[in-house]
Ligand binder design. Structure first.
Ligand code: NAD
Length: 257
């Protein structure tokens, strides 16, 4: 995979950052993307540590023209985008009757519409190359629901639908599309949920993790970022060329029940 180019959205934090490090270690040149203020520094550090080329974009995924701009600049720099990983995502937790429409719209835009826009922008290049990999980071919540997460669950189910269509449309052009469905992974996104629940219920964060978060997993542990990154690397490899249109749980058995 040395010298191939991967664009990973939301790669300045959490799961995306772990994926970026694993891909750099494997020799990929990278488009590092995300809103964290140290994004440029993250991109520089990864480039130096792994002797690869990186380019940093802070495109706001709420804005389709910024997404298109990011892809245009990345293509101008690298000439190709071989692997697209739609990883960026946000969460908001509220009962349906209080769920603000603005939060619903933001979640659908960032978690779902942005993946449509990035896929559309890289599509022609992948078709011309007769090779491409699109990996969508959905969630166990793309397969099952949980109360109070209406927009997130809807967006992650939608992402699995988009994945299937991309797989069908890409089949004649060497483009595969798959979704990964993680259970709980300890990242800033989950840390915020834990802190909010702990405050609401006036119990310790440890208790929230055991009683509310990990209760969904059959295996009572967080999923590691490295496990998700390793699966992404496999899906990007030649050996995965016949795997397309799938959604793969990495969820400690959550969706088995
Ligand atoms: P995170 O909060 O650590 O990282 C999210 C990234 O998305 C950040 O880099 C952030 O800057 C970027 N982002 C958010 N809004 C953006 C916007 N408007 N424009 C551009 N970038 C934006 O989250 P994470 O836990 O690493 O989550 C990564 C993905 O994995 C998400 O899609 C999430 O839904 C999914 N996921 C996470 C878990 C978990 O337990 N952490 C479980 C299942 C699925």
């Amino acid at each position: 995979m040395k010298g191939k180019v991967a664009l990973i959205t939301g790669s300045t934090s959490g799961i995306g950052l772990g994926i970026a490090r694993a891909f750099a270690k494997a020799g990929f040149n990278l488009v590092i993307h995300g809103l964290e203020s140290n994004g440029a520094e993250i991109a520089r550090t990864i480039a130096i540590e792994h002797q690869v080329e990186t380019f940093y974009s802070s495109a706001n995924l709420l804005n389709p023209s910024e997404i298109e701009g990011m892809v245009t600049v990345a293509l101008a720099k690298f000439g190709t985008i071989d692997v697209l990983i739609n990883n960026a995502g946000i969460q908001y937790v509220s009962a349906i009757e209080n769920f603000p429409l603005s939060k619903w719209n933001d979640i659908i835009s960032i978690n779902l519409t942005a993946a449509f826009c990035t896929s559309k922008s890289v599509w022609e290049g992948m078709k011309q190359n007769k090779w491409g990999r699109i990996i969508n980071i959905s969630s166990a919540h793309g397969l099952v629901g949980s109360e109070f997460k209406s927009a997130y669950v809807a967006s992650k189910h939608g992402l699995i639908g988009l994945t299937k269509v991309l797989a069908l449309e890409g089949a004649d052009f060497g483009i595969t599309a798959n979704a990964i469905c993680p259970g709980f992974v300890q990242t800033p996104l989950v840390d915020k949920q834990v802190a909010d629940l702990s405050k609401q219920q006036n119990v310790s964060e440890t208790e929230i993790i055991q009683k509310h978060i990990l209760k969904k997993h059959a295996v009572k542990e967080f999923v590691s970022i490295d496990a998700i990154a390793a699966l992404c690397l496999f899906l990007a490899s030649e050996n995965a060329s016949m795997i397309t249109g799938t959604s793969m749980p990495v969820d400690g058995g959550w969706t088995a029940s």
